[in-house]
Ligand binder design. Structure first.
Ligand SMILES: Nc1ncnc2c1ncn2[C@@H]1O[C@H](COP(=O)(O)OP(=O)(O)OP(=O)(O)O)[C@@H](O)[C@H]1O
Length: 353
């Protein structure tokens, strides 16, 4: 666990970046610090590994006051990942990853072998080991940055905007791999972002900071979206927080209509979904039409995807129905917007509020 007790940071020019911050960051979870530019996120993060020293107050990591540990020793237990990887340009990828184990005096061969394992773990081919950072894309460099921070197997990881220098598609991939990795590793992670969607997606807990390093709200993403504590937090969460809440409601138990899933074309007065011989969606048959089937929009995997995905599927299909499929992509049934809203009415108060 990491604790902040009445921590203040005032820079020599008088700027108070963090003002009397008290916070308990639980072990083995992802805690996200989010807030507008200049609210003190990076300063808060860097005070944990003493890249910046607090002016007053106490920060502890696993019960130990960070001021009682010299910074190099402290940083060996705390991995640090920054935007765009922060790699050493004149070292190969494998040596970049093995930097900290080398510094810890680990045998070079052993450190490199571990680096190769980590390269694979973050989803990069072993052929990248001999390349230099400039020979990798931004997203690949970020993966190397994560591998490097993991190399010393630190119990704590600090991550400052780790996924921000890449395009939205790569960013989504990196976020998903990061979440997968964390289910195996259970590190205590503190991640800084200015993007509330990223915060809500990645955080077990989210701390919304206001300018001046004051806590607006420190809560689970579900509760943050359901009941923002004040106007600042509400505005920071954005206009569509209602829809985003649906991400936290599972689609299991959704009433599905199977009568309108058909294997052969024909005229009828309702929308029907045509499936192919393997049970996968192949086209929509419009009411009263015997023309060509219309193309299908996205489907959602019932049970494992949320009601937000179900609603998205409904919006993207011409009939307004969501297409529910199983893990193999076979159609299980259709859910209209009424069914989705019905499922929501039954679930939101107990699960989210
Ligand atoms: N060395 C410094 N000297 C003086 N003021 C500083 C210093 N470093 C940061 N600040 C100020 O402290 C405040 C908080 O900065 P910090 O970098 O922690 O914000 P942030 O929330 O991480 O911002 P961003 O999202 O823009 O990176 C800002 O007003 C910044 O200008």
């Amino acid at each position: 666990m990491i604790t902040f007790e009445s921590v203040t940071k005032q820079f020599p020019d008088g700027t108070v970046a963090v003002d009397d911050l008290s916070l308990e960051i639980p072990a083995g979870k992802i805690t996200v610090l989010v807030g507008p530019s200049g609210c003190g996120k990076t300063t808060t993060l860097r005070m944990i590994n003493r890249m910046i020293d607090a002016t007053s107050g106490t920060i502890t990591v696993d019960g130990q006051d960070v001021r009682s540990v010299d910074p190099p020793t402290l940083r060996r237990r705390i991995g640090y990942v920054i935007q765009a990887g922060g790699l050493l340009p004149h070292r190969t990828i494998v040596d970049n990853i093995a930097t900290v184990p080398f510094l810890l005096g680990q045998d070079k061969k052993q450190a490199r072998a571990r680096a190769m394992e980590l390269l694979e773990r973050v989803g990069l081919p072993s052929s990248f080991a001999k390349r230099y950072p400039h020979q990798l894309s931004g997203g690949q460099q970020q993966r190397v940055g994560v591998a490097r921070a993991l190399a010393a197997d630190p119990p704590v990881m600090l991550m400052d905007e780790p996924f921000s220098a890449v395009d939205p598609v790569v960013r989504k991939q990196l976020q998903e791999e990061f979440l997968r990795l964390q289910t195996e590793l259970h590190k205590t992670i503190v991640l800084v972002t200015h993007d509330i969607d990223e915060a809500v997606k990645l955080g077990d807990l989210v701390c919304v900071l206001e300018v001046g390093g004051r806590i607006g709200q420190f809560d689970t993403p579900e509760r943050l979206l359901a009941s923002p504590s004040d106007q600042f937090v509400e505005e920071f969460l954005g206009d569509d927080r209602g829809v985003r809440r649906l991400s936290f409601v599972g689609s299991d138990g959704l009433a599905l209509d199977t009568a309108r899933v058909v294997t052969a074309a024909g005229v009828a007065d309702s929308w029907r979904l045509l499936v192919d011989e393997s049970g996968k969606p192949s086209g929509w048959l419009a009411p009263g039409s015997d023309g060509d089937p219309l193309p299908v929009g996205r489907a959602f995997v019932v049970g494992s995807e949320s009601l937000r995905s179900a609603l998205d599927s409904a919006v993207l299909n011409p009939s307004g129905d969501a297409i529910a499929v199983d893990a193999d992509g076979k159609v299980v049934g259709l859910a209209g917007q009424e069914q989705i809203m019905g499922a929501l009415r039954g679930r939101l108060p107990s699960e989210v509020a």
